[in-house]
Design a protein around this ligand. Structure first.
Ligand code: 13P
Ligand code: SF4
Length: 338
């Protein structure tokens, strides 16, 4: 295959994608479409040929999120979609732990990631040895790990959680004390909502840890905006916010509240990907990019589908333990006792 493949602009693309460009025209200016549409068209064609499904996290750039994804959402929604997926090939447009999660939950599928170096500072903050050492220090306490962890860390855990279900999962453990890792700030958010004692790890999201309470107050006062923060933000930022929740919960809050103006204290693309659903809401967005999420591009999605490259593999002895921890999380979501 030709590594320098580059699809060309053709005038008929303008008509073919008129609906898409109209729908997200507020977010992606017309100046950009001649660059994106040839890739979007080529990816859609390859996707059909390969029988592939493209899943994209809410932090993916709008031309990916709106242009080529079949499934979009937060990390919980993507995990559930992978578990239910019957396509032969899943292309995971997100970071590596998300692709690993998809492979663990859909072991017979081929899972591809467009850039295998798309990591995560939280996942990098803790190893399986660290989890074993924590268990030794707190005998009998179950381990709940955020999905933003490697498969090896999941395999050492009793259950996984995402930012959307962390409180429910911690409480479902039925223990007085739970080891919660690796995000200390999400841990503070959960601890404030439950009577369970949490042992925390000092992991941080390199994007969300940068936000400060002073910035949040300044944004509220300058723009007269309501504030919505991701629970990976520092606790003092969460205290300034009108609402704290996962990326999907942010959309649900906007549906309920319909504020005139809102600032989303999270990754930049979140506002881009929600904006078209709320034409009456003015979004103030910080343009803080997750450098890992932004490694995924239309050209590398095309290359991964064309060459079936960057296949995600998880050794079965690790996958089995990680799958059990993820299954407990999904069981909590279904209202079952894990
Ligand atoms: P969600 O669980 O809200 O999708 O967040 C994942 C993530 O990596 C946020 O930084
Ligand atoms: Fe990881 Fe933070 Fe990027 Fe989410 S935004 S993938 S937690 S580094």
């Amino acid at each position: 295959m030709n590594a320098a493949f580059r699809p060309r602009w053709r005038p008929e693309l303008e008509d073919r994608y008129a609906d898409l460009t109209a729908r997200v025209g507020d977010t992606v200016p017309c100046l950009e479409w001649p660059l994106h549409l040839p890739w979007i068209d080529a990816i859609r064609e390859l996707k059909r040929e390969r029988g592939a499904v493209i899943m994209a996290h809410s932090y993916q750039s709008p031309e990916i999120f709106h242009g080529v994804a079949d499934v979009t959402g937060d990390s919980l929604a993507l995990a559930q979609a992978a578990a239910d997926c019957d396509a032969e090939i899943i292309v995971l447009c997100g970071v590596h732990f998300m692709a690993e999660t998809a492979k663990i939950l859909a072991p017979t599928r081929t899972v591809l990631i467009p850039d295998p170096d798309a990591g995560c500072s939280l996942a990098a903050s803790i190893t399986a040895d660290d989890v074993r050492a924590l268990r030794a220090r707190h005998p009998g306490a179950p381990v709940v790990s955020y999905v933003n962890t490697s498969a090896a860390v999941k395999a050492e855990s009793d259950a996984c959680c995402t930012s959307a279900n962390a409180v429910q999962v911690v409480e479902a453990m039925g223990a007085d004390k739970v080891i919660f890792l690796p995000d200390a700030f999400l841990g503070h958010h959960v601890a404030a909502q439950t009577g369970v004692e949490l042992v925390l790890w000092d992991g941080r999201c390199e994007v969300h840890e940068q936000f400060t309470a002073q910035q949040a107050r300044h944004t509220r006062e300058t723009f007269d905006a309501r504030l919505v923060a991701h629970p990976e933000c520092p606790p003092e930022v969460q205290r300034e916010a009108d609402f704290v929740g996962s990326t999907t919960a942010m959309g649900a809050w906007l549906e309920r509240e319909r504020p005139r103006r809102v600032a989303l204290i999270t990754e930049c693309s979140m506002a881009d990907n929600l904006r078209h659903r709320f034409p009456d809401v003015e979004f103030i967005k910080p343009c803080n990019l997750c450098p890992h999420m932004k490694r995924i591009t239309l050209p590398n999605i095309h290359a991964c589908l064309r060459e079936l490259r960057h296949v995600v593999e998880v050794p079965e002895q690790v996958a089995a333990g990680a799958r059990a921890a993820l299954a407990r999380m999904l069981a909590v979501g279904r209202g079952e006792r894990p």
